[in-house]
Design a protein around this ligand. Structure first.
Ligand code: ATP
Length: 252
């Protein structure tokens, strides 16, 4: 297993309030890793440390060591725009730009200078939409607005947008929580298809979803990483009482 991300002794504060306590974790390249835990336990906060999205929150402070392929992502030399292309993110609520489907996907490659001319850009757009499982549905209406798509299609468009800049890691923060069961199933299938090409980390409230899509599961509680291991073990044979309590529905 190749470790794509290594995090050591990570603490996150919002002002005086500590949201993450001494979290250390390795994220494997080949796996889908799920972050689970009750509301407010810090899953999203920790996820957002992995591409420095917390930089956008004025009160947030991150301590500790987080590396992408061994490179310290909090070092002064790190180009955050570049980092967020390498570590893409998909949010809870689909958030396409109010632009055409084509532009939603083409925007990133264009600003990162990934395409040499229109034909190459067209190729990236087609490949990204195909990988996101959306191409056949939208290929005849690429100039329609991204916001006119259904919620599930919008979320796949956001995944295509992340894919378009050729990321190494995709972070997903409850990507299905605004979607119906059919759209959810499509995203879960898509996560299966994308596995291996990208390291994927998904925050989910839904334990069945974590069990279905992930190979590794991390259980967070009150800002701590209580237990981390193979998804099968976490759900069938957890080591910690707090994990047992959570997966058997005693809280959360
Ligand atoms: N921008 C912020 N400013 C201040 N406190 C915050 C901020 N964002 C999160 N918190 C606090 O940090 C803690 C962890 O929140 P976080 O959203 O990471 O948890 P979560 O496990 O993802 O929860 P949920 O599942 O409800 O989204 C909570 O106590 C929350 O109130």
């Amino acid at each position: 297993m190749t470790q794509k991300i290594t995090a050591r002794d990570v603490n996150v504060f919002y002002g005086d309030k500590q949201a993450i306590r001494n979290v250390s974790i390795d994220v494997d390249q080949e796996d889908v890793t799920a972050f689970i835990g009750p509301s407010g336990c810090g899953k999203s906060t920790f996820l957002r440390t992995l591409n420095r999205m917390n930089d956008t929150v004025a009160s947030a402070r991150v301590e500790g060591d987080i590396r992408l392929d061994g490179e310290n992502i909090y070092s002064k030399d790190m180009d955050v725009v570049q980092l967020r292309a390498r570590v893409g993110m998909v949010f809870q609520k689909p958030n396409p730009f109010p632009k055409s489907i084509y532009e939603n996907v083409a925007y990133g490659p264009r600003i990162h200078g990934l395409a040499n001319g229109k034909a190459e850009l067209d190729g990236i757009v087609e490949r990204s939409l195909s990988r996101a499982g959306l191409w056949t549905e939208v290929k005849d209406r690429l100039s329609d607005s991204g916001t006119a798509l259904s919620g599930g299609q919008q979320q796949r468009l956001c995944i295509a947008r992340a894919i378009a800049v050729d990321p190494e890691v995709i972070l997903m923060d409850e990507p299905c929580s605004a979607l119906d069961p059919i759209a959810t199933a499509r995203i879960e299938e898509l996560i299966h298809d994308l596995r291996g090409r990208y390291a994927i980390v998904i925050v989910t409230h839904n334990m069945q979803q974590a069990a279905r899509v992930s190979q590794k599961t991390a259980f967070f509680h009150l800002g701590e990483l209580v237990e981390y291991g193979d998804t099968n073990n976490i759900f069938t044979n957890p080591r910690e009482q707090r994990t047992t309590d959570y997966i058997t529905g005693r809280y959360g």
